[in-house]
Write a protein that binds this ligand. Structure first.
Ligand SMILES: Nc1ncnc2c1ncn2[C@@H]1O[C@H](COP(=O)(O)OP(=O)(O)O)[C@@H](O)[C@H]1O
Ligand SMILES: O=c1ccn([C@@H]2O[C@H](COP(=O)(O)O)[C@@H](O)[C@H]2O)c(=O)[nH]1
Length: 202
């Protein structure tokens, strides 16, 4: 099994790059695990308390569960990935079954901060877009798709998102084998990654 890690700041285009890579591949060959599915269980907290969580700090992620799941997949066993609700700031009761595949892509802002997970990746990719570009994309997406308003997005950007990006996410660029610039759509880089994957699978 080939495990590919795709990191990068919020709004950098990780999900978009993953979709483009997968377009060329058959479903039975590849699946994706999102770090977002592994946010800690917050069932014991009120909605007011959940809203105050710093979701851009590594501590907000249940990395133990993610490591355990990657080990299971490597061992040839299926896993139950939690399904996360951005509206509830919590895991739902549902899970999604993921079967072992030839290629597993793990994507998320903080996945390269964790040593054990980093060591499990065969290829490490960092997706880069300028911070103003990412901010604009995040603003649009959170308002249109995640039920946020302008003030909430700006408050989160100033209080946690920007400082956590500088402290934890940007420094992980040095671990990347490949850096994909995504201020514009980058079909050349996606083609190169697809070629590398095909080559490794051959
Ligand atoms: N290269 C790009 N150029 C312009 N818009 C992009 C690009 N990549 C992604 N987007 C847009 O930016 C938003 C965030 O992209 P997404 O892939 O969800 O980022 P991430 O998963 O890193 O948070 C989406 O609305 C997406 O359509
Ligand atoms: O309940 C939550 C949990 C996380 N977030 C924000 O999501 C992004 C990470 O997702 P991307 O898809 O990579 O953008 C992170 O920056 C958190 O701030 C949230 O808003 N609510």
């Amino acid at each position: 099994m080939l495990i590919i890690g795709i990191a990068g700041g919020t709004g950098s285009g990780k999900t978009t790059v993953v979709r483009q890579i997968m377009d060329e591949m058959k479903n039975e060959e590849v699946d994706v695990i999102s770090q977002d599915s592994y946010y800690q269980d917050t069932s014991h907290l009120s909605m007011g308390e959940r809203k105050k969580i710093n979701f851009d700090h590594p501590k907000s992620i249940d990395f133990d569960l993610l490591v355990a799941h990657l080990k299971e997949l490597k061992a040839g066993n299926s896993i139950e990935e939690p399904v996360y609700s951005f509206q509830e700031h919590n895991r739902t009761k549902e899970t999604r079954t993921i079967h072992p595949r030839k290629v597993i892509i793990v994507e998320g802002i903080l996945i390269l901060t964790h040593t054990d997970i980093r060591e499990m990746f065969d290829i490490k990719i960092f997706v880069h877009a300028d911070s103003d570009e990412r901010m604009i994309r995040r603003l649009k997406r959170d308002i249109n798709e995640r039920g946020r308003d302008l003030n909430e997005v700006l408050w989160r950007y100033q209080t946690t998102l920007k400082p956590m990006h500088q402290q934890f996410i940007e420094p992980t660029k040095e671990f990347a084998d490949i850096i994909i610039p995504t201020n514009r759509h980058n079909t050349v880089a996606v083609d190169i990654v697809q070629t590398i994957i095909k080559d490794r699978l051959a």
